[in-house]
Design a protein around this ligand. Structure first.
Ligand SMILES: NC(=O)c1ccc[n+]([C@@H]2O[C@H](COP(=O)([O-])OP(=O)(O)OC[C@H]3O[C@@H](n4cnc5c(N)ncnc54)[C@H](OP(=O)(O)O)[C@@H]3O)[C@@H](O)[C@H]2O)c1
Length: 374
């Protein structure tokens, strides 16, 4: 049985388990193993996909068997985890780095330490932790990973922010730092301003005295959306159709031309960002929500000498700079705790995962970020 247990443990950790084997590997067998003193996780409920494809048809909720918690590992009872666009892209198979199938979905989240391996120092049951850097397999009730994969966070961190702090807020923070020198009084322009990244850009820019020009999709209730973004600190908010004018800069009141723009959407929405940029400005593409290529008028190159760059958090996390990542996470969580960094989320019970997934897939129009509560 110990051999079978280690097969399951290895397989789940590497995303290669056989679901059939998991089904036959029952809880009573796990208890027997525990009696023989191997530390085991509880059985875990998980969102798994056995092959890549449309997330609403390839994912299902299953019960996974207990896995061994090795001496340097920590078993975490998950509390919350978001459904991010990149999670969807991984399941669809269009993301460049993705776990081998079968796999458990999810890439960031927060949980409470449930048990620790015999050699683990620095973690105790009850500690609040996040995977840092983020890693796959978060959409399940119990996650077992090596101790160095977990980052202990302050116990009074708001759960939904702890679950979502890494992928999007950290991206916003890095993009404001890594491309041009921004000083108080400068401005930036972005599309996709309602995304979590966009909402964080607005607030983090505001703290530094940087103005933000924001572009949103046309939709019913856009005035209300504009007011919400302005309440977060946005200086200007335009719908895409408002910007179908010859001189967009004439729409700005007392804001300098931005030298930096962020593109979350692609297609025409990217051209609108370019329209605002100053001579020699830079547009950073970090998302492709419209699934359309970035459209760049020839004049942007010839007459404005604009630069097009890209940002990918996963690549940034593999650099030396990523050592500072945990400090940045603590900083962002501190802002969230103090109510200085906020964004809209909807907490959804795990049993309703597929309803949340449908919302994240855009089947019900614009929706707040869906965060699974385990
Ligand atoms: N490069 C990186 O390292 C990195 C890191 C983090 C995030 N991202 C990317 O950043 C983007 C935003 O992520 P998020 O989690 O912040 O987003 P989110 O909170 O889930 O919000 C989704 C955003 O996409 C917009 N949207 C949805 N479908 C769209 C469509 N068909 N056309 C145009 N806009 C559409 C939504 O606009 P409405 O409000 O109008 O519905 C909303 O602004 C994603 O593309 C994500 O993959 C990239």
């Amino acid at each position: 049985m110990a051999v079978a247990g280690s097969i399951v443990a290895k397989a789940v950790n590497t995303g290669l388990w056989s679901l059939k084997r998991c089904r036959t590997w029952n809880f009573r067998q796990a208890q027997t193993i525990r009696a023989l003193s191997t530390l085991m996780s509880p059985p875990s409920r998980a969102v798994v996909y056995e092959h890549q494809g449309p997330p609403d048809s390839v994912t299902r909720l299953v019960e996974l068997s207990p896995v061994e918690v090795k001496e340097n590992q920590v078993c975490v009872k998950m509390l919350a985890s978001p459904i991010n666009p990149s999670d969807i892209n991984r399941i669809e198979g269009v993301y460049p780095v993705r776990p081998e199938v079968p796999a458990v979905g999810g890439y960031e989240g927060v949980g409470e330490v449930y048990s620790v391996g015999s050699a683990v120092k620095g973690f105790a049951p009850g500690d609040l932790v996040i995977p840092s850097p983020p890693s796959s397999g978060m959409w399940q009730t119990y996650v077992v990973k090596d101790d160095d994969m977990w980052h202990k966070i302050s116990e009074d961190s708001p759960i939904e922010y702890a679950a979502t702090v890494t992928v999007n807020p950290l991206t916003a923070l890095r993009m404001l730092e890594d491309f041009t020198t921004l000083n108080s009084g400068d401005s930036i322009v972005q599309n996709g301003a309602t995304s979590i990244v966009g909402q964080c850009v607005i607030q983090l820019a505001k703290f530094r005295g940087i103005h933000s020009i924001n572009i949103i999709r046309d939709r019913p209730g856009s005035d209300e959306v504009k007011e919400k973004l302005k309440a977060l600190g946005a200086d200007e908010v335009f719908t895409e159709s408002q910007l179908e004018v010859k001189n967009v800069k004439s729409l700005l009141s007392n804001i300098p031309e931005p030298a930096l723009g962020f593109n979350c959407v692609g297609g025409n929405a990217a051209s609108l960002v370019l329209k605002f940029l100053s001579q020699g400005g830079t547009m950073v593409t970090y998302g492709g929500m419209s699934k359309k290529p970035v459209a760049v008028p020839t004049s942007s190159f010839i007459f404005k000498d604009l630069s097009l760059r890209g940002f990918w958090l996963q690549k940034w996390l593999s650099t030396d700079k990523a050592k500072e990542c945990r400090h940045m996470i603590d900083y962002l969580l501190c802002l969230a705790k103090e109510g200085k960094l906020k964004y809209e989320m909807e907490l959804v019970p795990f049993d309703n995962f597929h309803t949340a997934l449908d919302k994240a897939l855009g089947k019900h129009g614009s929706q707040p970020k869906q965060v699974i509560k385990f």
